[in-house]
Ligand binder design. Structure first.
Ligand code: UTP
Length: 288
């Protein structure tokens, strides 16, 4: 059996410019889908998959993320003194020592953000979560990937089919043999020009990677958009290490975009027993 995936990196240092002005002083990863911040869903998914250490790569203006996973002493004391329950805070107070925060001093790209966590990741396989990709599944996306990893090891990326007109916004897989949910990855291209993508299978925001990727990122040049791209570093490992895409059985919302964020809120709220029925009535009236 391959070594267990115990650590996960959450890159949360991006500027979130597509959500300005909302993200001027609030981190994008703290925007709520109904009543929980995006980053909370990603952390829940990690814990479900057996991850023990959560490594957040943060930047200036992102302290709200650190506070979110801490004890809120005044809030808790006040609520308790009023006889109120604290269960709305379940899942936000992390086990002492389980969260580590490192800084990415400049937002030089996703690949650079991951590299900033190299000393804490050390020499073991690790997971990556992009919290603005909201994954809804049972079991969760990372649990599905860890189950696949326990069988085949190597490097795994979450793979999803999109409309061919959308591939230019994503990392795209050059696919090889397919076996159930697993697709061999023969190559990766970051944000291919329209009409040049090798497939419509994109890399969604979950990964399990071998630590060798850190050595490649160390010398990685800037790629698409002038940023140090994780996709470019992963592409260099293909051929020397096993690489597969795992097709996620569930729903994915790109909450880094306004449309995806609005869709996620609508879909989740409609599925909630307390507010779903009233919201559906309201939505029906809106579209008629
Ligand atoms: P995005 O490209 O979606 O985030 O990166 P962004 O750059 O913050 O967003 P826009 O395009 O300006 O609206 C995906 C994830 O990688 C992190 C982001 O915080 C997000 O969670 N990231 C991105 C970093 O941590 N550092 C970077 O330099 C870039």
């Amino acid at each position: 059996m391959p070594p267990r995936v115990r650590k996960a990196v959450f890159p949360v240092a991006g500027l979130g410019t597509r959500f300005l002005p909302a993200t001027k002083s609030v981190p994008k990863e703290m925007l709520p889908v109904v009543d929980r911040p995006l980053v909370q869903y990603a952390v829940d998914e990690a814990l479900e998959a057996g991850i023990e250490q959560l490594i957040f790569v943060t930047g200036r203006g992102k302290m709200a993320i650190e506070d979110h996973f801490d004890v809120a002493f005044e809030l808790e004391a006040t609520q308790t003194s009023r006889g109120k329950k604290l269960n709305a805070l379940d899942g936000t107070r992390m086990k002492p020592g389980s969260c580590v925060f490192v800084r990415q001093q400049e937002p030089l790209g996703l690949g650079h953000a991951i590299w900033c966590a190299r000393e804490i990741v050390g020499n073991e396989p690790f997971a990556i979560f992009l919290p603005d990709e909201f994954m809804v599944g049972a079991p969760g996306c990372m649990k599905q990937m860890v189950d696949a990893y326990d069988k085949i090891g190597g490097n795994l990326i979450c793979a999803l089919e999109v409309d061919p007109s959308e591939t230019h916004s994503y990392g795209v897989i050059d696919p090889g043999a397919r076996n159930g949910a697993l697709t061999e990855v023969k190559g990766l291209v970051e944000k291919p020009a329209p009409g040049t993508a090798p497939s419509n299978l994109i890399v969604a925001g979950r990964y399990i990677l071998q630590p060798d990727v850190m050595r490649i990122l160390e010398n990685q040049e800037a790629g698409a958009g002038g940023e140090i791209q994780l996709t470019d570093a992963m592409a260099q490992m293909i051929g020397s290490q096993a690489f597969h895409g795992v097709t996620f059985d569930g729903d994915r919302y790109d909450c880094g975009s306004k449309l995806g964020f609005a869709q996620a809120n609508l879909a989740l709220a409609m599925s909630m027993p307390d507010i779903g029925p009233a919201l559906k009535d309201f939505a029906r009236k809106l579209v008629c």
